[in-house]
Design a protein around this ligand. Structure first.
Ligand SMILES: Nc1nc2c(c(=O)[nH]1)N[C@H]1C(S)=C(S)[C@@H](COP(=O)(O)OP(=O)(O)OC[C@H]3O[C@@H](n4cnc5c(=O)[nH]c(N)nc54)[C@H](O)[C@@H]3O)O[C@H]1N2
Ligand SMILES: Nc1nc2c(c(=O)[nH]1)N[C@H]1C(S)=C(S)[C@@H](COP(=O)(O)OP(=O)(O)OC[C@H]3O[C@@H](n4cnc5c(=O)[nH]c(N)nc54)[C@H](O)[C@@H]3O)O[C@H]1N2
Ligand code: SF4
Ligand SMILES: [Mo]
Length: 765
């Protein structure tokens, strides 16, 4: 038995006293956990101390993961929609044949570019998307989108122009940490967030700055909580940038050496009316100047922006302004500061930055290959000849998660052919022509590509804890069957490659490279060729890891020194092979690159490997900030609703069973005491919320953490769920029944979900 098989034996034994290493899939942190089984139940769950990133840390949510794994309503057979809207079970062979035929028909009638591929991964499952790429290739699908195109595309638009790549802060070591529209106490986003936040708060030499209208749990730990008016961030940040330049705090020598465009950018900020901007955003000028000085005086500054600005007015502009600020103070490339990083599999490509194509139907910018989510449904519902006619959706729930749920529902029904791959009958699956049941994230090998660490970056390939539930298949198998049915494997010498794989990695590597050179299809559907060949030599359950073989070799080729510093030995393909072996056999995760700080500069992808501080396309918008700040509220809709807050017991739509929530059972509408009094509601009363998009009733939570005029609903509520033996029940408000697709950023098309005008009324008791 090989070492690998031995480890696999150890991790799949079902002895009740055995701990299985896996990860929490409820947010991007993917903390390592260990579970003990009782049959198929997760009897005990604890943090995995040996995990490379989380080192035993978890938040309260991980302990409730049995509600995911053992939810009611798991699909156990492919479902086919009948003309009356009901579903019948079909066997897998029939489903694969009919799905392949259905898509082939759309390709014949309209072309593969009229099919939309949506999703590809949630918080903890990104392997399926790697195989989905092969199905896209097989069908000629070029249109893509996923949740990133309703949050991070504005940021990517900015980062592509400034750095040509993604940057991230090292909060564990930062002297000054800034959270901008981000509540890491609940939403995490970096390893061991609460531990890090508490450390910063306890250390007098370090400073935490939180910019958020709500006094969040993170704000409570901050040295400076800037309670910005909702939507006022552009004004606040312009004022900080203005103060930096005014007071001569910009690091001009550093800027001259490391950036281009600094002078024109400083000229733009010089002389901005700081007092006026301060008044508009609701923050004292003295506080703004104090923050500017603190940033300028710090040895390291790390900044995290998130949905509070990415889903609010001026979102792309704010993404730029915050970066301009930390570049002005020279906060790039220092230990504890901001840096580019390596990736096992990059989530974004920046190749077209500055020259983004537009969607042929909606005209929106296609950033990193993604059509803006807010334009998808409108495009389908239009009569444009190039509109999308079919959809393949996997591991995403766009009917629930995208603006104006009903519009997406109608768009799906208007399509000629729609297929959803999910583990259960979601709001989106309920509109599909076929639903293919996937194995859960604990029933197959999985990983996340969210890793953004620097100087060390890690990845964790988790072996399955359980066999797939009967009737379900892991995505790699589903895509392989589809691609095979589409005939793409017919001309590839799978047997020959399999034989090479049996002869060992070196033989396989050579045979695969030769095959890829002689037939472009081999590379095009590479994940599936790897799955069918190398994958078959991996221990049972690990086949789906095969797609990462290529990624491991690529990382080793791109960053050989950093991979060697991380402890791997060898040159060329030996180095990649060493990394691959460790990845596929270490369930505690692997540090795959260990960089020098100087690498921050070589990792930049700008033509001159300097930071491009100026984005002239945004300069007019910055000049316009001297005008009045627009008010989006009115007499009809006097409140600003943040539709989709992260809380203790929210996890997008991954957790459907409402019983997983230990508090805030229905997901309350939070509002300030003064606002509650003004509409005559008390804690626990019902409130009707009306927006331009719709209306809903929520339970009220009166809290002095909310600013007057600002109210918030949680994200991920309003899911239907049938408890064992019971009828389906809807708990809480689905936020996108209240949003509209036109309410969005003019640059990236990202929604303004944090800033929805709303009216509130007490519902009679
Ligand atoms: N518990 C939990 N954690 C999660 C998730 C989850 O569902 N549940 N989802 C994960 C995902 S997919 C993501 S993208 C992240 C998101 O993580 P976050 O962005 O941190 O989460 P939110 O609570 O949606 O928004 C952050 C803050 O924005 C503030 N805000 C509202 N309006 C404004 C404004 O105008 N300006 C500023 N500056 N702030 C404003 C809100 O008060 C809120 O505190 O969380 C991840 N982590
Ligand atoms: N109004 C409003 N809307 C929002 C937000 C907000 O704050 N406000 N937040 C937005 C953000 S930041 C995000 S990231 C999105 C998230 O929304 P989506 O991108 O739609 O993702 P999830 O809700 O995580 O849905 C994941 C789906 O994957 C399914 N699933 C779970 N495990 C597996 C598996 O192993 N295989 C397959 N095939 N499927 C699986 C689940 O059942 C679920 O249907 O929501 C967005 N929508
Ligand atoms: S929800 Fe996020 S932070 Fe909490 S345990 Fe899971 S992965 Fe870790
Ligand atoms: Mo997200």
């Amino acid at each position: 038995m090989t070492d690998l098989q031995e480890r696999r034996e150890q991790t799949t034994t079902t002895a009740a006293d055995e701990w299985h290493q896996t990860a929490c899939i409820l947010c991007s942190a993917n903390c390592g956990v260990e579970v003990r089984l009782d049959g198929r139940r997760f009897a005990r769950i604890r943090g995995n101390k040996a995990h490379v990133g989380s080192q035993g840390y978890t938040c309260e949510k991980a302990l409730r993961l049995d509600h995911y794994q053992n939810m009611q309503g798991r699909l156990t057979a492919p479902m086919k929609r009948l003309p009356d809207g009901s579903y019948v079970e079909v066997d897998w062979d029939t489903a694969i044949r009919e799905v392949a035929d259905g898509f082939r028909g759309v390709v014949d009638r309209h072309g593969g570019d009229k099919i939309l591929y949506y999703g590809g991964g949630g918080q903890g499952n990104h392997l399926g998307g790697a195989y989905g790429a092969a199905t896209r290739r097989a069908l000629g699908i070029t249109r893509r989108s996923n949740a990133l195109a309703q949050e991070k595309t504005g940021e990517a638009w900015v980062e592509g122009r400034m750095f040509g790549t993604h940057t991230h802060g090292h909060f564990a070591d930062a002297e000054v940490a800034v959270f901008l529209g981000k509540n890491p106490w609940h939403s995490h986003g970096f390893d061991q967030a609460r531990r890090v936040l508490k450390e910063i708060a306890a250390d007098e030499s370090r400073t935490m700055i939180v910019i958020d209208p709500r006094r969040t749990e993170t704000a409570d730990l901050a040295d400076h909580w800037l309670a910005v008016k909702p939507g006022g961030d552009a004004y606040l940040l312009a004022a900080i940038a203005g103060a930096l330049v005014d007071e001569g705090l910009a690091d001009t020598a550093w800027l001259a050496a490391n950036t281009t465009g600094a002078e024109e950018t400083m000229a733009l900020f010089r002389g901005l009316p700081i007092a006026d901007l301060a008044e508009r955003c609701g923050i004292d000028e003295a506080v703004i100047r104090a923050v500017a000085r603190r940033l300028a005086g710090a040895s390291s500054v790390a900044v995290y922006e998130d949905l509070g600005i990415e889903m609010a007015p001026n979102s792309t502009l704010v993404s730029y302004l915050q970066r301009a600020i930390w570049v002005l103070v020279g906060a790039y490339g220092e230990p504890g500061g901001m840096s580019a990083h390596s990736s096992l599999v990059p989530l974004f490509s920046y190749g077209a930055s500055g020259n983004e194509p537009t969607d042929p139907v909606t005209g929106g910018p296609v950033i990193s290959g993604l059509t803006p989510c807010n334009e998808l449904a409108d495009g389908v519902l239009s009569d444009h000849p190039d509109r999308v006619r079919a959809m393949l959706i996997e591991s995403g729930n766009p009917v629930h998660s995208l603006a104006e749920s009903d519009k997406f529902r109608r768009a799906m029904r208007k399509c000629e052919f729609t297929v959803v791959i999910d583990i259960t009958m979601t709001e989106t699956a309920e509109q599909a022509d076929y639903v293919l049941p996937a194995a859960s994230q604990y029933e197959k090998v999985e990983t996340t590509f969210f890793g953004v660490g620097f100087p060390d970056n890690w990845a964790c390939l988790r072996p399955p804890v359980l066999e797939p539930l009967a009737g379900t298949l892991p995505e790699p198998e589903i895509h392989t069957r589809l691609v095979r049915e589409l005939g793409l494997l017919d001309d590839i010498d799978i047997e020959g490659l399999r034989a090479a794989a049996d002869d060992g990695e070196e033989a396989f590597s050579q045979a695969f490279m030769e095959a890829a050179m002689s037939d472009p299809n081999v590379a095009g559907i590479g994940a599936i060729v790897l799955y069918e060949t190398l994958g078959r030599t991996l221990p049972a359950g690990m086949e789906g890891a095969a797609a990462l073989w290529f990624s491991a070799h690529q990382v080793a080729m791109r960053y050989p020194d950093a991979v060697r510093s991380a402890g791997f030995e060898g040159e060329g393909t030996e180095l990649g092979a060493a990394l691959w072996r460790e990845l596929v056999s270490n369930p505690n995760g692997v540090v795959f690159t260990r960089h020098e700080h100087a690498d921050s500069w070589t990792l930049l992808k700008t033509p001159d490997q300097k930071i491009q501080l100026a984005i002239p396309e945004l300069f007019d918008d910055i000049r316009a900030l001297v005008d009045e700040m627009p008010e989006y509220t009115s007499d009809e809709f006097p409140f600003v609703l943040s539709a989709g807050e992260r809380r203790s017991f929210t996890a997008n739509t991954i957790m459907r069973d409402p019983a997983w929530r230990k508090r805030d059972a229905e997901g309350a509408l939070r509002l300030s005491p003064a606002d509650a009094a003004s509409i005559g509601v008390r804690d626990g009363d019902r409130v009707r919320i009306t927006t331009p998009g719709g209306t809903a009733v929520a339970v009220a939570e009166v809290t002095d953490t909310m600013m007057d005029g600002h109210v918030a609903l949680p994200n991920g509520l309003g899911l239907s769920y049938a408890p064992a033996g019971g009828d389906p029940e809807l708990t809480g408000v689905a936020p996108n029944e209240l949003t509209t697709t036109d309410w969005r950023d003019k640059i990236a098309g990202t929604p303004w979900h944090k800033h929805v005008p709303a009216r509130l009324e007490a519902v009679a008791r």
